[in-house]
Design a protein around this ligand. Sequence first.
Ligand SMILES: [Zn+2]
Length: 267
Amino acid sequence: MERKTLGKVLVSCICFLALIYALASMDRSNRLHRDDTATMAPQSDQTSRSNHPSAPQKIMYLTFDDGPSKHTQEVLDILDQYQIKATFFVTGADEASFDLLKQIHNRGHALGIHTYSHSYETIYSSIDGYFQDVEKVEHLIYEKTGITTHILRFPGGSSNTISRKYQAGIMSELAAECEKRGYAYYDWNAENGDGDPAVSADALYETAIKTIKGKDEVMMLMHDGAGNGNTVQALDRILQELMAQGWEFRIIEESDDMPIFHHTIAN
Ligand SMILES: [Zn+2]
């Protein structure tokens, strides 16, 4: 072989080896990138899991019975501070507060019927007596807000036994009749215990937090009637704790998707 030809062959070989080396480096570098991605993937998965609401949601329906009253304005203001919406089961007990119905509605809360008179004798003596009383509140709500509502809460809840004194079996009949007439009633599965207005604000807070323990879906019974000043005193603290526990707040809607909160009927 001539020296010149030998030189050409050597140069070609060096070029070829350099090319092989370059290709091998590229492949190694690609592999490294793939490995990076592979090790990163689980981390980003974990991040999206912890930020994503795939963890079970805790749903809270706050409800206030027996208003509107002189305490309702303050309840509305405290709820606004936390941007929390609630449901108010109203009565006709305090004419001076009727205009608050409009405010309850305008601020995005739900309105439900608790009966006009809240008199067990009037509402639990007959089916007609109950629905006449219900219609009075329905008209009042319509007059003040322009809306009609078909959500109800029985005074004393559907499980009350006081009604037996006025008519045996009336709660079973009313529950069935409500459904027939297109109303939906809601009892509760947690409360602050303010059915007795003498209970201190501290005790109301303790009861509210105790009765939601271990639950993921809560219908909380509270009151904003004329005697419920302590409820207002306890409310701020209760809401702070509920927010810290990560509850999502909802209002009762007229929808088939609403969960059912029914006590066992005892009359
Ligand atoms: Zn009540």
